[in-house]
Design a protein around this ligand. Structure first.
Ligand code: FCB
Length: 445
């Protein structure tokens, strides 16, 4: 392990960012012709959101764009990862386009450019138009083609100003939490549907990449996966097997098709009759070469065959406010595993990493979030360590720029390095924002 200060362990071209997503920060749920999304609808289900809130206002980013752009610039980052709300661009997900929706994102990418910040845009960070859900959503193969049209439409208008274009954010979450567990939109509980959804998400990614390239893509194209390092709870063979299976379901189900063009056999066998319908040519379409892989990492997963809850909190390990274990070494382990399993791995960006903590706010709106600083520092060091072991790391982005709507947890969990007062919508940088800014300043030298 190198002894040089952490900032010196990163090369000059390294990409440093902060990340957000449309539904979590924009608000303006009905502004300028925006259509309803499946998250708008899901929030209306009694009990779906912990604090019975919704994204109608969120951080009101839609109306505070200039101020937020200045905030991003004040951190000294060279990249900003955001997502485009499909229902703003195409209210029903099929049929007519809404020019005003793309006007907003044009102001966003131009504002980033003016400030010398790279634009990293995600096309699907979960807010599917409700109009498509009514036709079957991601379970319907036609949605794949609707997504390709949407991707092409966005690229035609903004592609010359987007540095990194991501098809999907965390397809596992959309498939499994949205369609099997049902605790995320659209709230469906069917393993069979979830499996089909995962296939359609991957297929739409591959077909979109083909179409975007045929149209002359100028951005780097890729996908973002949520990955965890799965470790057995004990050295017993049953636990080792259970951990391998959890890894196959969560990581290899997505990464194997992308990099090897096939689903893991053991997961197909487990799904049996619930396995997705795969048409001839689909797997080849999915396995398009990518310019980068985005990895969202929060915690490791400890697995036991008995299915007993190996909650980190119960074991007395350090956890965040999500009860997710703080374990930076898991990020190094995961990145090295990806490099080993997929030797052709393109440049890797950690596209999300961060922690929710019970921030204490002082009278001046100031938050001294030392836990978050330690979390970020530890994980940035974990990236450096993976890089030293040969993993082609290219960037790191903090989740999140500011506190925001944390899906089923509503506004109860705060991930921001900037505090948001939900009454006044005032933004106040936390100590972690200052730490990140100072770190980046040292890195620039
Ligand atoms: C990820 C999501 C992101 C955020 C973080 C905490 O799964 O991509 O939107 O909610 O978790």
């Amino acid at each position: 392990m190198s002894q040089s200060p952490l900032h010196r362990q990163f090369p000059p071209h390294f990409v440093w960012g902060v990340a957000t997503s449309s539904f979590q920060i924009e608000g303006a749920a009905h502004a300028d012709g925006k259509g309803e999304s499946i998250w708008d609808r899901f929030c209306k289900q009694p009990g779906a959101i912990a604090d019975a809130s919704n994204g109608d206002i969120a951080c009101d980013h839609y109306h505070r764009l200039e101020q937020d752009l200045d905030l991003i610039a004040s951190l000294g980052v060279n990249a900003y990862r955001f997502s485009i709300a499909w229902p703003r661009v195409q209210p029903l997900g099929h049929g007519g386009w809404n020019g005003k929706g793309l006007d907003f994102y044009e102001r966003l990418v131009d504002g980033l450019r003016q400030r010398g910040i790279k634009a990293w845009a995600t096309l699907n960070h979960w807010d599917l138009p409700q109009g498509l859900q009514e036709r079957g959503g991601w379970n319907d193969r036609d949605t794949v083609h609707r997504f390709v049209d949407y991707a092409r439409h966005v690229q035609a208008r903004l592609g010359d100003r987007i540095d990194g274009l991501t098809t999907h954010n965390e397809p596992w979450v959309v498939a499994t939490l949205g369609h099997d567990h049902g605790n995320f939109a659209p709230g469906i509980k069917s393993r069979k549907i979830a499996a089909q959804v995962s296939h359609h998400l991957l297929l739409s990614h591959g077909l979109a990449l083909q179409a975007l390239r045929a149209d002359g893509a100028k951005s780097q194209l890729g996908i973002v996966l949520n990955l965890s390092s799965c470790v057995p709870a004990t050295a017993m063979p049953e636990d080792i097997a259970a951990a391998a299976m959890a890894d196959a379901r969560g990581r290899r189900w997505y990464a194997d098709p992308l990099f090897k063009g096939c689903y893991p056999e053991e997961v197909l066998a487990e799904l049996g009759a619930d396995a997705p319908v795969v048409e001839p040519g689909d797997m080849r379409s999915i396995a398009q070469p990518m310019d980068y892989l985005g990895v969202n990492f929060y915690t490791r997963t400890v697995v036991s065959a008995s299915g007993a809850d190996w909650g980190a909190k119960e074991r007395g390990l350090p956890v965040t406010d999500m009860d997710w274990e703080v374990y930076p070494q898991g990020l190094t382990d995961l990145l090295c595993l990806l490099h080993r399993d997929y030797p052709e791995l393109p440049p890797v960006y950690v596209t999300e990493n961060g922690g929710a903590f019970r921030d204490q706010t002082f009278a001046n709106g100031r938050v001294q979030d030392d836990d978050r600083i330690a979390y970020l520092r530890g994980h940035i060091a974990a990236v450096a360590s993976a890089m030293q072991q040969g993993v082609p790391m290219a960037g790191y982005m903090v989740w999140s720029l500011m506190d925001n709507f944390e899906w089923a947890s509503g506004y109860l969990k705060r991930f921001g390095i900037v505090h948001v007062d939900y009454k006044t919508l005032d933004r106040t940088p936390k100590a972690s924002a200052d730490w990140y800014r100072d770190f980046l300043q040292a890195w620039r030298g």
